[in-house]
Design a protein around this ligand. Structure first.
Ligand SMILES: [Zn+2]
Length: 231
């Protein structure tokens, strides 16, 4: 392998390392990104809380209605039991019964509303529980797949870095520093010359230049400064 070809090979390894590092970053992000799962969990928790509240309200209202029925029953028996003869008192008892019946009717309407609401809430909470279960399963699967891939990429990276070190040791240190300097400002520091043109900037490379490169010398494109490699 000529010097420019070695640098080209080094660049291929560096690009592969860079790509794998990006993949690792992406995996790390995806492994930690559980926003939608947490959102579904907190939605479910708050719906369950609301449902419990509604159930408590319903229970309290049921007791109130029972109490009112009991009061009405007692007032009824006072009115019709024959124990009360005083006409004024009888009128008051009738009034009380009317008031109790109207309260009962209002509270029973409210109770029906609460029951409907509770059923709606229950359906919502059930749907949220299913959604949470599905997301949780997906999350666990993703953790497993990503965890596996992470291991593969890490192993491949170790191998690539070893290859890079081995290759870098064989290359002249001046050429390596030129390559590294050029890499800082260019996506590709080494480019091929094809049909007489630099593949970095597409300018025609003078014949004398590419012949020098072909012979294994380090030649930089006069236009873009990239290192030229000629097969
Ligand atoms: Zn160029």
């Amino acid at each position: 392998m000529s010097l420019p070809e070695q640098l080209l090979r080094l660049q291929q390894i560096d690009l592969a390392i860079h790509k794998m590092q990006q993949e690792l970053d992406d995996i790390a992000y995806r492994l930690s990104d559980n926003e939608s799962l947490l959102a579904a969990e907190s939605r479910l928790a708050s719906q369950r809380e609301q449902l419990e509240d509604a159930r408590k309200k319903q229970k309290a209202l049921e007791w109130e209605v029972d109490d009112l029925h009991e009061k009405a029953r007692r007032t009824d028996s006072k009115l019709y039991g024959g124990g009360t003869k005083n006409p004024k008192e009888l009128v008051n008892l009738e009034k009380e019964i009317r008031s109790l019946r109207s309260q009962i009717s209002n509270k029973e309407d409210a109770l029906l509303g609460l029951i409907d609401q509770g059923e709606e809430m229950e359906a919502k909470a059930r749907a949220s529980a299913e959604e949470f279960g599905r997301l949780n399963e997906e999350w666990l699967e993703r953790q497993e797949t990503l965890g596996k891939r992470k291991g593969e990429v890490e192993t491949a990276l170790v191998e690539l870095r070893e290859n890079r070190d081995r290759l870098a040791k064989q290359i002249d240190s001046g050429a390596i520093s030129l390559y590294e300097r050029t890499s800082r400002t260019r996506d590709q520091a080494v480019v091929k010359v094809q049909r007489g043109r630099c593949q970095g900037c597409h300018i025609t490379v003078p014949t004398s230049q590419w012949q020098k490169a072909k012979a294994g010398n380090i030649v930089q494109c006069s236009s873009c400064s990239r290192i030229l490699s000629v097969e």
